[in-house]
Design a protein around this ligand. Structure first.
Ligand SMILES: *Cc1c(COP(=O)(O)O)cnc(C)c1O
Length: 451
């Protein structure tokens, strides 16, 4: 293993210790003791840099006591299903270093509202975010789930029906549960794809059964189980026809796939910062139209009975402010690259298909997602291939993870050689080809037939 990745961490940490000296010194300058500490610190950095250059020394293992260094993005190829879209850009990591302090975004908050801060340009970022997803207004939220929650809490009364997919993420269920709503699932059928027609049928069924229409439709563009593409345009049309608001769940699309909410016919677009926008968790976006903004982003109306205080410019659904430091700044710092990368989505899909094609050369390997792939997240079935080896291997189900890890591949669910998910998002062609070869090489080692 190349020690240099860990040496870089060590150097960064040593620089942080230098930075710390200034956080305790007088603004007028360092005192003698601090100057000495400073020189010692610089010498330490130099030693580490020397080791870095030579690729020597002992590898750093811990950030602190019990917190291990996380090096899976540097030392491995990570094919985890949920992590690749949230991998930080270098700009985001730099922003995190400088804006990591708690309420760091509040230095120049003049109006007591996050989305109105002009330095750094949070207000502009909000306008750009709305435009980026083809909507009128946007707010940053602590995760896609908080976007669902804000919409559910604004639109629903106890007992109201919400249409979701039978592949829907649990956070949609919980957002509805919190306001006492009722979930009705649209079956995705044998193909595991939600169509506009299926949504219309479910609406009719609800109308017949309960004598009332659903109050909200939440459908994901790409579901988290198969990474299949669902007919969100079709759903948008049906939603319009029945005049039911439609929340487009873009957790697996916003920040990776070009999204235009209005063209889709969405009333709300929700995205995840840490799943799709190269941002620190928890972060995300909730965007809507001019029609719905006054409802979901309404101002507070509550009054204190003793103090008479009101908070009219605070938005209750946002609990005032949402992302107040590293989360937001990482999102903003990544944004220029995120805007560029969605234009290269077709190539991401091409790479995904290249890998799956190679993967399917191994006899018995199956793809459970739609194929050809339209996304980088895929569900595969290795019960008739690698799992057969697992049955007699002394490491049982862990043998595949062992073999992968030995070759620098991590992120699959360790011990899972049956039905599992992987994601190739963001891997360059060299990595995609290497990854494909690794699976074929492991198959070869165990004398599994490869076509
Ligand atoms: C990951 C995911 C979510 C949750 O996103 P958070 O940003 O973590 O709240 C919601 N829906 C789908 C389809 C997802 O894949």
């Amino acid at each position: 293993m190349d020690i240099r990745a860990r040496k870089i961490y060590e150097a960064l940490f040593a620089l942080e210790d230098l930075r710390e000296i200034f956080r305790h010194a007088l603004p007028t300058g360092l005192n003698d003791n601090e100057e000495e500490q400073f020189l010692d610190g610089v010498a330490r950095v130099e030693t580490i840099i020397k080791e870095l250059k030579e690729g020597k020394g002992s590898p750093l293992k811990y950030v602190e006591d019990t917190i291990e260094l996380r090096t899976r993005e540097e030392e491995y190829i990570n094919i985890n299903a949920i992590q690749p879209g949230g991998r930080l850009t270098p700009e985001a990591r730099k922003a995190l270093i400088t804006y990591g302090d708690g309420y760091s975004i509040c230095d120049k908050c003049l109006e007591g509202r996050l989305d109105k801060i002009r330095k750094p340009p949070v207000d502009e970022f909000h306008a750009e975010l709305a435009e980026f997803v083809g909507m009128d207004e946007a707010r940053v939220v602590p995760g896609a789930r908080r976007g669902f929650q804000a919409v559910a809490s604004s639109l629903l009364e106890r007992g109201d029906v919400v249409i979701v997919s039978d592949l829907a993420h649990y956070t949609e269920f919980l957002a509805v549960e919190n306001v006492g709503g009722v979930i009705k699932e649209v079956p995705s059928g044998e193909k595991h794809i939600i169509t506009g027609d299926a949504v219309a049928e479910k609406i009719e069924l609800v109308k017949k059964e309960l004598g009332r229409l659903p109050k909200l439709i939440i459908i994901e563009h790409f579901d988290y189980q198969f990474g299949n593409e669902h007919d969100v345009h079709g759903v948008g049309k049906v939603a319009k026809a029945y005049d039911i608001p439609f929340l487009y769940n873009g957790a697996y699309s916003v920040g990776m796939v070009p999204v235009n909410g209005k063209k889709i016919g969405a009333d709300f677009v929700v995205g995840s910062g840490h799943k799709g926008m190269a941002a620190v968790a928890p972060s995300g976006v909730l965007a809507t139209t001019d029609e719905w903004a006054p409802k979901v982003f309404r101002g507070s109306e509550i009054v204190g009975d003793v103090s008479d205080r009101t908070f009219k410019h605070k938005e209750p659904e946002m609990l005032g402010c949402t992302l107040m430091g590293g989360t937001l700044l990482s999102m903003m710092a990544s944004f220029p690259r995120v805007k560029e990368r969605v234009k290269r989505w077709e190539e991401e899909v091409e790479k995904s298909n290249y890998f799956i094609r190679e993967f399917l050369r191994i006899e018995g390997n199956k793809i459970l997602s739609e194929y050809p792939r339209k996304h980088t997240l895929s569900k595969v079935d290795t019960r008739n291939s690698f799992d057969k080896i697992a049955k007699t291997h002394k490491r049982r189900g862990f043998f595949l993870s062992d073999e992968l890890k030995r070759r620098g591949i991590v992120g699959e669910f360790a011990g899972s050689t049956r039905v599992w998910e992987l994601n190739t998002y963001g891997l360059n062609w060299d990595r995609i080809k290497y990854l494909s070869e690794v699976f074929i090489e492991i198959a070869g080692k165990y004398e599994m037939p490869v076509g």
